[in-house]
Ligand binder design. Structure first.
Ligand SMILES: Cc1cc2nc3c(=O)[nH]c(=O)nc-3n(C[C@H](O)[C@H](O)[C@H](O)COP(=O)(O)OP(=O)(O)OC[C@H]3O[C@@H](n4cnc5c(N)ncnc54)[C@H](O)[C@@H]3O)c2cc1C
Length: 475
C-alpha cells in the first residue's frame, strides 16, 4: 500500500548538501522529507573527506617518527599496524556519524525515508511505497566514481574511494590511476603507512593547480618514494600472476609497464542520474550533471539541485554553500547567486596545497598589470622554530591592489585559507592585508609579509615615495 506525503520540501540525498537543507528547514518548523538510499552522511563522511583525512593523519603520525633529528630526538622506524590505522579511520567516521544519523534528523523533525528516490512526474517523487508531492524538491544526490573505459579494466579487481577504506591489509604495491587531489592524497597516506606507491597521470599531476606550487607537493611525494608518471596514458590493464595487476603505459618516451599488487582508480567523479528518472520531471541534464541556473534552479521550477550533482566544483563546502543559498530562496524567498570565485580548495597532503580565486595565469588572461607577490615559509620565524620551512604563499593582485587570488603550499595552508576566504569574499585589498596586526610568531604572517612586498615594489614610484616622506615627517 502506498502512502502519500505532502511536505513543504522534499530533499533527495542525505549527504553534505541534502542534510544541511533538511536541518535548516526543520529548524524553521517547515515540514520536510529527506530520502537517502545509502548511508546517511553521503560521500564526505563515509567514502570521502573524513576517511581520507583520517588516513592522512595516520600517515602523518607515522612520518613524524623519522623527523625528530632536527629537534634532538632520535629517528625511529615506526611499527605500523595497518589494520589499526584503518580502525582509526572507522572510529573517526563512527564519532561523526551520530550528527548525520536518521535518529538525529528524526529528532529535529525531519521525516527520513531510507529508500531510492525517482521522479514519477514533474511534481511527484516515489520512494519505496511512499509517494511525495512537495511544494519544492531539492536534488542533492552527489556523484560516484567515474571509471574510464580502459581496455582490460573489467578483467581485474580494482579499488575506488568507495571500497579502499574498507581494506584492513596494507597493499604491498598500490598503483593509482589518476593524479588529482584524491589520487595524490591517498598515494601519500599509503606510502607513509608502508606501501610502495605508483601514480599514473595522463596529463600533469595536480594539473588544476598553479604548477609552481603543485611542484612543491609532487617533489615531496617523490622524495618520500612515490613514483609519479605524468603524461602517461594507460593503454591497457591485465592480470599479473595470481593476484597482481600489470599496467601498460603509452608515453612520449618509450612505453612502460608497471606491476602492482592493488589498483586504485581515482580518475574523477560524475553524477549517477539514471535512477532519478529526470526526464519524467522535465529536468535538463547531461553527462556532467543536472543543469541549474545561478540560483541553482533546474529547468523544472519546482526543483533545485545542489552539490556534486550539478557537475560543478566537487567539495563539501560547495554543497553546504549551495544548501545555504537554496535554503534562503526556499524559506525566505531571498535571491540566491553562486559566486565561484570565493570558493577555496585544499589538497590535504603534507605540505598542504590551498587555493582561492584566480591563479596567476587566469588573472593574466583576465586583466593587465597583474602583480604577483610571494613570501617563503623559510623567512617565517614560527616555521623556522618548527622546522617546517618548505613552501610559500603567492598573492595575485590586480589594479589598485585588488586581491584576485591566493595560493599557499606549506604547513597549515588549509587552515590559513579561512582568512583568505573571508578576505576575498569581502573584496579586501593588499593595503588591508598589509595593515592588520598579526600575532607573532605565527605562520599566517607569511600573508602579511607578501602583502608588504607590494609596497616594496611601489616605493619605486615617485608618488609613493612622496607619501612615505610625508608620513615620516608628520606620521
Ligand atoms: C576520497 C575523497 C576525498 C574528498 N575530500 C574532500 C575534502 O577534503 N574536502 C571537500 O570539501 N570535499 C572532499 N571530497 C568531495 C566531497 O565528498 C563531495 O563534494 C561532497 O560529499 C558532495 O556532497 P553532496 O551533498 O553533493 O553529495 P554526497 O555527500 O555524495 O551525498 C549524496 C547522497 O545522495 C544519495 N543518493 C544518490 N542517489 C539517490 C537517490 N536516487 N535516492 C536517494 N538517495 C540518493 C547517496 O547515497 C548519498 O548519500 C572528497 C571526495 C572524495 C571521493
Amino acid at each position: 500500500m502506498t502512502t502519500l506525503l505532502k511536505p513543504d520540501i522534499c530533499v533527495i540525498g542525505g549527504g553534505s548538501g541534502g542534510l544541511s537543507v533538511a536541518a535548516a528547514a526543520a529548524a524553521f518548523g517547515v515540514p520536510v522529507v529527506l530520502i537517502e538510499k545509502g548511508r546517511m552522511g553521503g560521500d564526505c563522511l563515509n567514502y570521502g573527506c573524513v576517511p581520507s583525512k583520517a588516513l592522512l593523519a595516520a600517515g602523518k603520525h607515522a612520518h613524524q617518527f623519522s623527523r625528530g633529528r632536527p629537534f634532538g630526538v632520535a629517528d625511529v622506524e615506526p611499527e605500523i599496524d595497518f589494520a589499526q590505522a584503518m580502525k582509526h579511520v572507522e572510529r573517526v567516521i563512527g564519532a561523526i556519524a551520530p550528527n548525520d544519523s536518521v535518529e538525529r534528523f528524526t529528532a529535529l523533525g525531519v521525516r527520513v525515508l531510507k529508500e531510492e528516490a525517482r521522479f514519477q512526474d514533474p511534481r511527484t517523487v516515489v520512494a519505496g511505497d511512499h509517494v511525495i508531492r512537495a511544494r519544492r524538491f531539492v536534488i542533492a544526490t552527489g556523484s560516484a566514481p567515474a571509471v574510464p573505459p580502459i581496455p582490460g579494466l573489467d578483467t581485474v579487481p580494482f579499488l575506488t574511494n568507495e571500497t579502499i577504506f574498507a581494506r584492513r591489509r596494507l597493499p604491498r604495491h598500490l598503483v593509482v590511476i589518476g593524479g588529482g587531489p584524491v589520487g595524490i592524497e591517498l598515494a601519500q597516506a599509503h606510502r607513509r603507512l608502508g606501501s610502495r606507491v605508483t601514480v599514473i597521470e595522463a596529463a600533469a599531476a595536480l594539473g588544476k593547480e598553479d604548477p609552481e606550487l603543485a611542484a612543491v607537493v609532487l617533489e615531496r611525494l617523490r622524495a618520500e618514494g612515490v613514483d609519479i608518471h605524468e603524461q602517461a596514458k594507460v593503454e591497457r590493464v591485465e592480470r599479473h600472476g595470481r593476484t597482481g595487476i600489470r599496467i601498460h603505459l603509452e608515453r612520449a618516451e618509450e612505453p612502460l609497464t608497471v606491476e602492482g599488487s592493488h589498483l586504485l582508480v581515482a580518475t574523477g567523479r560524475k553524477p549517477d542520474l539514471k535512477p532519478l528518472a529526470l526526464e519524467k520531471a522535465r529536468i535538463a541534464h547531461d553527462a556532467r550533471g543536472i543543469k541549474v541556473n545561478r540560483a541553482l534552479r533546474t529547468t523544472n521550477r519546482r526543483v533545485y539541485a545542489i552539490g556534486d550533482v550539478t557537475g560543478g566544483l566537487q567539495f563539501t563546502h560547495v554543497a553546504n554553500h549551495h544548501a545555504g543559498l537554496v535554503t534562503r530562496a526556499l524559506l525566505f524567498r531571498l535571491p540566491a547567486r553562486e559566486n565561484r570565485l570565493v570558493i577555496p580548495r585544499v589538497t590535504y597532503t603534507d605540505p598542504e596545497l590551498a587555493h582561492i580565486g584566480l591563479t596567476e595565469s587566469e588573472a593574466r588572461a583576465h586583466e593587465r598589470g597583474v602583480k604577483v607577490l610571494r613570501w617563503p615559509y623559510a623567512e617565517n620565524d614560527r616555521a623556522q622554530t618548527e622546522h617546517r620551512t618548505e613552501g610559500f604563499i603567492k598573492l595575485v593582485a590586480g589594479r589598485g591592489g585588488r586581491l584576485l587570488g591566493v595560493t599557499i603550499v606549506g604547513a597549515e595552508a588549509g587552515e590559513m585559507m579561512n582568512f583568505w576566504s573571508l578576505t576575498l569574499s569581502k573584496g579586501l585589498r593588499i593595503k588591508d592585508i598589509a595593515g592588520y596586526v598579526a600575532p607573532y610568531p605565527t605562520m599566517s604572517e607569511i600573508g602579511k609579509r607578501a602583502a608588504l612586498a607590494y609596497y616594496g615594489e611601489a616605493t619605486r614610484r615617485s608618488s609613493v615615495r612622496r607619501l612615505i616622506r610625508f608620513l615620516r615627517l608628520f606620521g
